[in-house]
Design a protein around this ligand. Structure first.
Ligand code: SF4
Length: 271
């Protein structure tokens, strides 16, 4: 059995996540991808925003930045521009990435900055008390939507692709190996890679929506997530209540720091 101890800051444990939270699973999936890809720990930077998911950067034994709400992608862009040799991984949540950070998200994708962005989607603002986020599904309850949300949610994968991301994938905390593989593939893409990791929040989201405890929420993921190839073959009526996981988009386009270096060269300067 492999030990991943070197990737974590033991002196920061125990973590603050609630029992049964899916954030630890998603964090471990990132570390597994780092280990498989054999990334140099001293050349890998973890950047996070604000929220339950973004606490992960504090537990990970790399150079890390726990930044301002919604601002992880611009911080990460700055790091990558300053030193394009670094592997820069962004950990963000649904509120952090698609609400206050929504513009940074689409512009990071538009520029195709070489970042691996992992969005832990628990469908709600967990840390601040269970408010609805832009990824709270229609009809689901939150403290700000006690009768069910009437705001149509984003599909963050469609949004990333439409904005210009060159790798887009989704998995869940139930499909741990698959999730790690999706992140690993994203790390191999030279450009903006976006991976949606659906995670269970049994406390703020599951409890309010009577989805049961963590094992029941994981069971829900196992029963409703369908591999993309199989999902694409389903007739419309059989897609009801299901969602696809896998790679949705993968293409090549000039990476931002490469394009930026050309501007620096044309201007006769050095980075
Ligand atoms: Fe996890 Fe939800 Fe607790 Fe936040 S509130 S730590 S997302 S279970």
């Amino acid at each position: 059995m492999r030990s991943y101890d070197k990737y974590f800051r033991e002196n920061r444990l125990p973590h603050m996540w609630c029992p049964g939270c899916g954030n630890g699973i998603a964090m471990k999936a990132i570390v597994q991808a780092i280990e498989t890809k054999n990334l140099d720990q001293d050349k890998t930077v973890i950047v996070s925003g604000i929220g339950c998911s973004s606490r992960a950067s504090g537990y990970m034994n790399f150079d890390t930045l726990h930044t301002a709400h919604g601002r992880a992608i611009p911080f990460a862009t700055g790091i990558k521009l300053a030193n394009p040799e670094l592997n820069v991984i962004v950990i963000t949540g649904d509120g952090d990435c698609t609400a206050i950070g929504g513009n940074h998200f689409i512009h990071g994708a538009r520029r195709n900055v070489d970042l691996t962005v992992v969005l832990f989607n628990n469908n709600i603002y967990g840390m601040t008390g269970g408010q609805a986020s832009p990824l709270t599904p229609l009809g689901k309850k939150a403290t700000t939507a006690p009768y069910g949300s009437v705001d149509r949610p984003f599909d963050p994968c469609h949004l990333a692709e439409a904005a210009g991301a060159t790798y887009v994938a989704r998995s869940t905390a139930y499909h741990v190996k698959h999730l790690s593989d999706m992140i690993l593939q994203g790390m191999g893409n030279k450009g903006f890679s976006f991976i949606e990791a659906i995670t269970q929040c049994p406390i703020a989201y599951g409890r309010k929506n009577k989805m049961g405890d963590a094992p029941e929420m994981l069971k829900w993921m196992s029963e409703t997530a369908v591999m993309k190839a199989a999902y694409d073959k389903l007739p419309e009526e059989k897609r009801e209540g299901k969602f696809p996981i896998g790679v949705f988009y993968n293409s090549e386009f000039t990476e931002y720091t490469t394009a930026y270096q050309k501007v620096i060269d044309l201007a006769g300067g050095a980075r």
